[in-house]
Design a protein around this ligand. Sequence first.
Ligand code: PA5
Length: 435
Amino acid sequence: MLKVSVNPSSQFVEKALKAHDTLYGRSGAGNDFLGWLDLPANTGEDIVGGIESVVADWKSLGVEVVVCIGIGGSYLGAKATIEALQHSFAASMPSKAMQIVYAGHNLSELYHAELFDYIADKNVACVVISKSGTTTEPAVAFRAVKGFLEKKYGNEASCRRIVAVTDAARGALKTLATEKGYRTFVIPDNVGGRYSVLTPVGLLPIALAGFDIRALLAGAASMAKVCEERKASNPAVLYAAARQEQYASGKKIEILVNFVPKLQYVAEWWKQLYGESEGKDGVGIFPASVGFTTDLHSMGQYIQEGERTLFETVISVSKAGRELVIENDPANLDGLNFLTGKHFEECNLMAQLGTRLAHQDGGVPTLPLEIEKIDEFNLGELFFFFEAACGISAYTMGINPFNQPGVEAYKKNMFALLGKPGYEDKAAALLERLK
Ligand code: PA5
């Protein structure tokens, strides 16, 4: 079970409990986007079995590489889970599992051209994920991947190699999927992108990569029960209260810290969840992340002595999962024999404890979180915990956690600059500004 070792003052716990009432009473702004609260309990055999049948089908086709197309909430949860669970060197090791590669999460020509270099000679399938079905980045990438598959396998056979995850009825992707006869999974109307890791948005790529989505859902279900309880020891209430207390004391930036590189994309997923949910109306904690001890040698100086507006939330993992012991060296030229017999992880733990104390001395408080190990169950718990705490934290500030009006601003400019019909006036004004 996830441990949250924070001790916020009762004033902030009270505020967080009120926000918990708003979230679970389903009475706050954005309450038509609370479907994620029910996903762990309501994701049944129809969805899990359907996903497993795609996995079996693509295995029978000998698929080696799945191009997973999506951006933001439509890819980060899957990537976070897969990176955390797979071998650190999976891409270069022989494996029976399908390899997941990503597209449509940027518009780089170089990235996408190199992706086609990589998949040219592989046995390829594609999952395209977009709730709105109209997001430019994945739509452009899908046009290219669809063309590649149709050329390689023919129009009819390529349909079996494409699955769309999108809205039940709306959007260009839904229209295309219906027209072409692709298999589809639905993103429920009441689940926003960044809360969708436990829908087929996350579950399908995770299952294709060979991981146990039933255990992921079980972990989330167990945490859902804990987070539902209205009490001061609820970990989501405690974390929300603790971070709001930090914010009120002038700590504007929260850095999510890990000491295991496999958790890098969990931090990317978390940044989107908190940044997009809380950063509006001129307020919100800025979510950042670092991986230690690596970044102690790059960002460590700033964290220790730069502007004092930071606090850290540290995810530690109690069981390393593998063993590597430091051996004795009779010559001891490096002077490290005092470490003989110690595990790498003991050094990692002492680095964690030493860093916590050093940063406390430097005015950077730590909120410690601990998971038992990196597996599907623990990740399911962690995802649900962060989602519940995010809803509570945003409501504590009076913010609607479930909209993202600011994301539209760049899109309108991009469409205008690209010459999309209907944007002519805007384009003229923007071009004037760019002179
Ligand atoms: O959390 C969100 O709502 C966003 O990050 C979306 O997931 C992202 O913009 C992608 O949108 P869509 O799934 O509609 O293509």
